[in-house]
Design a protein around this ligand. Structure first.
Ligand code: BES
Ligand code: MN
Ligand code: ZN
Length: 509
């Protein structure tokens, strides 16, 4: 992870004696500075008013201006950074995250090592003060993330990247300690998300199923997490033919990674299952070449599970979670599975493999089945399962499926709170019928129609109806190659980590 040069600190509210190089001040579209400015920095308000009255600075989102301010005392900030926030009425969590990310970038570009920040500390459109601070800080951390370990010359070419930036947030002194604790938690969550990004960004030659297992073991070195890794032999003994069949075409053998974190006494147990195909070529049902390299991200569900486990352990949440990550590489070869193969999954149900590219559901079938042996109170799976989900929802929301309304509602609420939207897709009985096979209990594909849903229908058959279960299809949200979001450099997003952390905080403890 490479956002270690980003520090968020808290500083007591007396702004004029801040030992920072500049102070960032939020300005709404229309040239109105945030209210806090009038009360906190009377000394500058005349200068700022003059600039705003000139009409040169409009307060559009992302617009900024750096003003040097000569100060007589020689202490405190020597400049002001006006930061456009857009219309006050349209501020969202995303605006705040973008602002956090932009502030760090501007500070780096201008050599501002310590930037005081007067930006998010009021309520916006139902976003609480706490949530505002949280998203500004998380935006700063997530936006500072870079995956540059394969750019040997990076440090020389972009020396700015190495400059540490400290963002100082003004908080009332009586709230400082409380907020300090929260900051540490928020950072732990972002670290988990950045771990998920790192794993996602690693290509198939450098991150194999055994590599995923090593990462899980590494996390367990620092935290009270018990890791068990099943190799081919144990998978075979447990009749996990879904995982084995998908992995049999690759020289890198498949694994089932199990991570147990039990710090919640008799509180409910969550089982979270993440698809981890370290590279998905489609297998014998080979994918077309265009963008096939993006299939290195096909382990994003598993990566989210690892990032989530690390985050809750590092926050010392008093919860019970078991993470299961089935991992394989889907390649065509002389040993690969064929279309038409029939396999007996760990559940005893037989599957006719029509398309070897519908491999995620085969490894998840075994992992979901096995998850039930832990007697969880609920099961949630995350998977880059279908291209059809990207067609349905694009990059704006992940697909949410399942039969337990209450669990779906809780997950959707958590997603909304952290800005990782989930959108429901219905698992109607008629869609289940599309999976009928003439030779086995089911086929692994349902045809072109409702592809995201038939994927969900397939998975539903491996979880007892009595256990609340939800499937989250992150195919459209797990990576972003647009480079257009301030908080998101091109590559893996680490989606799922913040969602699951929020869910664990609110629903498991
Ligand atoms: N990993 C892919 C799904 C995917 C495709 C995610 C594109 C993100 C972008 C998955 O294994 C897959 O190939 N699914 C098939 C299913 C089909 C054969 C029923 C698909 O979506 O084409
Ligand atoms: Mn596939
Ligand atoms: Zn896949």
């Amino acid at each position: 992870m490479t956002n270690e040069h980003m520090i968020v600190e808290l500083y007591a509210e007396v702004v004029e004696s801040w030992p920072c190089d500049a102070v960032a001040i939020g300005v709404y579209d229309g040239g109105q500075p945030q209210k806090i400015v009038e009360t906190s920095c009377k000394e500058w308000s005349k200068d700022i008013d003059e600039v705003l009255a000139s009409g040169w600075f409009k307060g559009k989102e992302g617009e900024f201006m750096v003003l040097p301010l000569n100060r007589t005392a020689g202490v405190g900030p020597s400049g002001v950074l006006l930061m456009g926030l857009g219309k006050e009425s349209s501020i969202t969590l995303q605006t705040l995250e973008n602002t956090g990310a932009r502030l760090v970038k501007i500070a780096r570009d201008h050599g501002i090592a310590r930037l005081g920040c007067l930006i998010p500390l009021n309520r916006h459109n139902g976003i609480s003060r706490g949530a505002s601070v949280r998203h500004l800080a998380q935006g700063a951390w997530l936006g500072s993330y870079r995956f540059d370990r394969f750019k040997s010359k990076n440090r020389e070419e972009n020396p700015d990247e190495a400059v540490a930036v400290t963002l100082e947030l003004a908080v009332p002194s009586q709230k400082k300690e409380q907020l300090h604790k929260k900051l540490a938690r928020w950072q732990a969550i972002c670290d988990g998300q950045c771990l998920a990004r790192d794993l996602g960004n690693l290509p198939g030659n450098l991150l194999t199923p055994e590599g995923m297992a090593e990462q899980a073991r590494k996390i367990a070195e620092s935290f009270p997490i018990q890791v068990t890794v099943w190799d081919e032999k144990i998978l075979k003994n447990n009749r996990m033919n879904g995982i084995l069949a998908v992995g049999q075409g690759s020289m890198h053998p498949p694994r089932l990674i199990i991570m147990e974190y039990r710090q919640g006494g008799d509180r409910p147990l969550l089982a979270v299952v993440g698809k981890a195909i370290t590279f998905d070529s489609g297998g014998i049902s080979l994918k077309p070449g265009a963008k096939m390299e993006e299939m290195k991200f096909d382990m994003a569900g598993g990566a989210a599970v690892l990032g989530f486990m690390q985050a809750i352990a590092s926050m010392q949440l008093e919860v019970n979670v078991v993470g299961l990550v089935p991992s394989a590489e889907n390649l065509p070869s002389g040993t690969a599975q064929r279309p038409g193969d029939v396999i007996e999954t760990a559940s005893g149900q037989w599957v006719e493999v029509i398309n070897t590219d519908a491999e995620g559901r085969l490894i998840l079938a075994d992992a979901l089945h096995h998850a039930q042996t832990y007697k969880p109170d609920m099961i949630v799976d995350l998977a880059t399962l279908t291209g059809a989900c990207v067609v349905a929802l694009g990059q704006e929301a992940s697909g949410l499926m399942g039969y337990d309304k209450k669990l779906l509602r809780r997950l959707a609420r958590a997603g909304k709170r952290v800005g990782e939207l989930l959108w429901p897709l219905p698992l109607l009985a008629g869609y289940q019928d599309l999976l009928k096979s003439p030779v086995a209990d089911m086929k692994n594909v349902g045809g072109r129609d409702a592809g995201a849903i038939t994927g969900g229908c397939f998975l539903s058959r491996f979880v007892e109806k009595s256990i609340p279960w939800a499937h989250i299809d992150i195919a459209g949200t797990a990576w972003d190659m647009s480079g257009k979001k301030p908080v998101q450099p091109k590559g893996a997003t680490g989606v799922g980590v913040r969602l699951l952390c929020r869910f664990a905080e609110k629903e498991l403890q």
